[in-house]
Design a binder for this molecule. Structure first.
Ligand code: EPU
Length: 267
């Protein structure tokens, strides 16, 4: 990864770093520059402090399963969440049962010069579905602290969370996860999914993109959806909530568009 970044920078070629791609919408017309794919960087190493260094390309679900087999709790809050550890750390992936940021003790990142540096998180490192890490400061590995717990109880908890998720979210259909972040609870006590459902968007469709009938904050690909279909649908969803409730939803899904126009969430 370091060598790739150094070379790309020396050649003046723009690059992005892709983890599992679970939360990214990529332009179907292709992208300029290079994409560094991390799936080969995927070891996990137990430290003598009882923590784990998990490399960025390691699958979240594999980590959840391995931890479960060893009776180690904490990361089961991410059961059912697709993607890789690097992406999970960069996005501070989480849900009702916790966020990965709370388990992270240290993060190894690649600086723009291609050097590996270690960051110890403080209160500014992680926020709701966000962190200081990303394509400009890619995560190479994260040290994650888990706790020994009773194995049977952990297995039961994993089963329960997954069942709950499967009942509420279209896990078996192609989507990029929740499309919008939940609003700031100080300003609005309802979740994005609930607001969207009340605005009547379930089943709305543009081209191959459709708002899930199971969870109104998921856009699923019914086949052949183009980036522009999804963006047009997201715009309509956001407008519906703004008109009905006066709440401006912020996009959670990352957009990698060919011309870069949508990347700052300016749709
Ligand atoms: N709801 C509706 N209609 C819907 C969807 C939800 O009325 O179409 C209601 C639910 O009944 C519930 C409330 O809204 O009372 C909250 O819904 P849910 O429990 O599904 O949680 P969420 O706030 O929509 C968050 C995360 C998910 C995470 C779940 C579970 C965000 C934006 N979403 O969803 O994360 O899986 O909690 O922990 O933070 C993601 O980030 O991509 C993601 C899927």
């Amino acid at each position: 990864m370091a060598a790739a970044i150094r070379t790309l920078r020396a050649e003046g070629i723009a690059y992005r770093v892709l983890g599992g791609g679970a939360n990214v919408l990529v332009d179907d017309r292709g992208l300029p520059g290079a994409v560094i794919v991390t799936d080969q960087v995927s070891r996990w190493i137990r430290t003598d402090r009882g923590t784990f260094w998990v490399e960025c390309g390691h699958s979240i679900q594999m980590f959840v399963q391995r931890a479960k087999q060893q009776g180690l709790g904490g990361i089961e809050c991410l059961v059912g969440v697709p993607g890789s550890i690097g992406g999970a750390v960069a996005m501070n992936a989480g849900g009702r049962y916790g966020e990965i940021g709370a388990l992270v003790r240290r993060v190894r990142v690649l600086t723009p010069d291609g050097d590996v540096e270690e960051v110890e998180p403080d209160e500014h490192t992680f926020s709701y579905r966000s962190s200081i890490f990303g394509s400009d400061l890619p995560v190479v590995a994260a040290e994650i602290a888990l706790q020994s717990v009773e194995k049977k109880a952990l297995e039961e908890r994993v089963r329960r969370i997954l069942k709950e998720k499967g009942a509420a979210q279209p896990l078996t259909e192609p989507s990029a996860g929740c499309a919008f972040k939940n609003p700031d609870p100080e300003r609005c006590s309802e979740s994005a999914g609930r607001l969207l459902e009340r605005a009547g968007v379930k089943g709305w469709r543009v081209g191959g993109a459709e708002v899930s009938n199971k969870h109104a904050n998921f856009v699923v690909n019914r086949g052949g959806a183009r980036l522009d279909d999804v963006l047009a649908l997201l715009r309509r969803m956001r407008e519906a909530v703004a008109e009905r409730f006066g709440v401006r939803l912020e996009r959670e899904v990352k957009v990698w568009s060919r011309d870069g126009s949508d990347e700052a969430g300016a749709d």
